[in-house]
Design a protein. Structure first.
Length: 317
């Protein structure tokens, strides 16, 4: 075995100010039938009032708690995940958000069997999304792959071009990556606090030599609501769009795969147009015109040319 102390998986759970919610996520990992794992809970500078709760919850011998220095808004998921991986001993790295759960008790056991047989760099699965305890549409993340693969329920090796066709990405709950690949791509981009898992996924599949996809729903994602203490809720829509713009620019400049680049360019156009429309609604015509013109430089359409000309006139009035 090439992994330390018989640890095959290092499971990283970033958390901040949510010990009770995190307890459910942690329990879903501890209940896994596969036991060659370590769990690294990265406490991203939670407030002092939660310290005793985290301490009580994280008593299991397989759990290591990494307490990051306190800061006003935390260091962000990317930094927390990178710090967790930095001390990980496993051959493969798995992730779980602190407000989600693995619904399959054999997820890691099945993954270990398949990874031991094929030595893939990346192992991908599916998850269901719930809002207010109600199951939502499953056609998100990598779910469209099942149609592309003609509803084939067999686990299989996929290439990057097939993955890009589905236009989705793997939520981090459903991505297992070799520690060697994680380190070779320098982990998560710490400049991102929104959709950092999307950017990481695109860079990872770009560099992976072997990718294994299992069309099984193994996790439950709880869609954040306004009352939840969730990082994505604290971002305005415009902030999210600007973050997404940075994301796609990063992929365009770094990718070695032409289909990933084309995908990122197309997504960038959509993002620029949405930004232009958002600023137009706020009557910020100069900013709206700025982003509209950028979109035209990448992809021209008669309708968008008309809208851009209109915005240019409005910013002069």
């Amino acid at each position: 075995m090439t992994y330390q102390n018989n640890i095959f998986f290092s499971v990283i759970i970033p958390t901040r100010n949510r010990p009770k919610v995190m307890h459910e996520a942690l329990t879903s990992v501890l209940n896994q039938t596969e036991k060659s794992i370590e769990i690294i809970v990265v406490n991203d500078g939670s407030d002092d009032q939660y310290a005793s709760d985290y301490e009580q919850i994280c008593q299991h011998k397989n759990i290591t708690v990494l307490n990051l220095e306190q800061s006003l808004k935390g260091h962000g998921p990317s930094y927390a995940l990178n710090m967790g991986v930095a001390i990980a001993k496993g051959k493969y790295i798995a992730f779980l958000d602190d407000d989600d759960q693995w619904s399959s008790l054999t997820h890691l056991a099945d993954a270990k069997t398949r990874l031991s047989n094929n030595s893939a760099d990346i192992y991908l699965t599916l998850q269901e999304a719930y809002k207010d305890n109600q199951l939502k549409d499953k056609s998100i993340w990598l779910s469209p792959l099942t149609e592309i693969l003609d509803n084939n329920t067999t686990a299989s090796e996929l290439n990057v071009d097939t993955l890009i066709k589905c236009r989705g990405f793997a939520h981090r709950n459903n991505l297992i990556i070799s520690k060697s690949l994680y380190k070779s791509i320098d982990g998560h981009d710490e400049n991102l606090r929104y959709e950092e898992d999307r950017e990481f996924y695109l860079r990872a599949i770009d560099q992976a030599k072997k990718i294994f996809f299992v069309p099984e729903f193994i996790s439950r994602h709880n869609i954040p609501t306004p009352k939840n203490n969730n990082l994505s809720n604290s971002y305005s829509e415009i902030s999210k769009l600007r973050s997404r713009l940075y994301l796609f620019d990063s992929i365009i400049t770094q990718s070695n795969n032409i289909n990933i680049i084309k995908y990122a360019e197309l997504q960038k156009v959509y993002t620029l147009k949405t930004l232009a429309e958002a600023f137009y609604k706020e009557k910020k015509y100069t900013l709206a015109s700025h982003y509209a013109k950028q979109a035209i430089c990448i992809k021209i359409s008669p309708k968008w040319i008309t809208f851009t000309i209109y915005l240019s006139i409005r910013e002069l009035i």
